[in-house]
Design a protein. Structure first.
Length: 267
């Protein structure tokens, strides 16, 4: 008996094949619609300019006065990300409760409007929030911190709500059968079950926010981003190199702290 042959890669009745073909056509159409000047990008003059730019970046500024400025901006960026994430975690938890249907009998009357609010908060990027808040909060880290908090509230609120809805309802149902109030059911059953996942989501968003906080300064929201935009605007490559190194070090530090925190929680 001969072995069965595998199905053909293409068949006119294969819906997945037509879907992939349509996606490929969209990608090709995107390339043709963009004015991608590859010849100019790979020209000798452009490559020489890029090489000169890279050589200048390889020599960071090490003057003590400038390094002190970079250190202060790094601490400001770290504080922006930490405070913004903490505010977002509290606001996200508060909005996740009405946005979640904790058990099949839960009517959750505010689920739709709350989820709509969370969608609106996270649909606006941090840079846009920062640009809007600069009008009211002014230049500096306050606008950046609030921008991180607003966007991250939308993200964490949705993730927290999904955590409450997807967890096991057994402990909570047992308390409801005994006539325990809704608030005590949340604190003694729902919240302890979801806590490890809530902390994991919060730490992950803190990692993202440290990167976002380093960029928010480009619009004047303080931190390393503001320092980077200033020196790049003046084409001071030595100072720009030092700021970029500080950004990478800060991201590595937060990634290490997040990994250590997860390791401690899993023990």
């Amino acid at each position: 008996m001969s072995p069965a042959r595998p199905p053909p890669l293409w068949h006119w009745r294969c819906k997945a094949c037509w879907l992939n073909l349509g996606l490929l056509a969209l990608v090709l159409a995107s390339f043709t619609s963009l004015d991608l000047q590859w010849a100019k990008f790979l020209s000798v003059d452009t490559l020489a300019s890029m090489g000169r730019f890279i050589r200048e970046l390889m020599v960071p500024q090490t003057a003590p006065a400038f390094l002190h400025k970079v250190l202060w901006a790094s601490l400001e960026t770290l504080a922006m990300s930490a405070v913004g994430t903490a505010l977002a975690a509290m606001a996200g938890l508060a909005l996740a409760l009405p946005a979640a249907r904790s058990h099949p009998g839960d009517t959750a009357p505010w689920r739709g409007p709350t989820r709509l609010l969370l969608n609106a908060l996270r649909s606006i990027p941090e840079l846009v929030w920062a640009a809007l808040l600069l009008i009211s909060a002014g230049l500096g880290p306050l606008a950046g911190t609030l921008a991180l908090a607003l966007h991250t509230t939308g993200v964490l609120g949705r993730l927290f709500a999904e955590s409450f809805e997807n967890q096991s309802s057994g402990p909570a149902d047992a308390l409801r059968l005994r006539g325990v109030s809704k608030g005590k059911v949340f604190w003694y059953a729902d919240f302890p079950q979801a806590l490890p996942q809530l902390l994991s989501y919060t730490l992950y968003r803190w990692e993202n926010n440290i990167r976002a906080a380093a960029v928010l300064g480009v619009v004047g929201a303080g931190g390393l981003g503001q320092l980077l935009a200033f020196h790049m605007g003046l084409f001071q490559m030595m100072e720009t190199s030092s700021v970029l190194i500080a950004m990478m070090g800060l991201v590595a530090l937060v990634d290490g702290l997040s990994y250590f925190s997860r390791w401690v929680m899993q023990r």
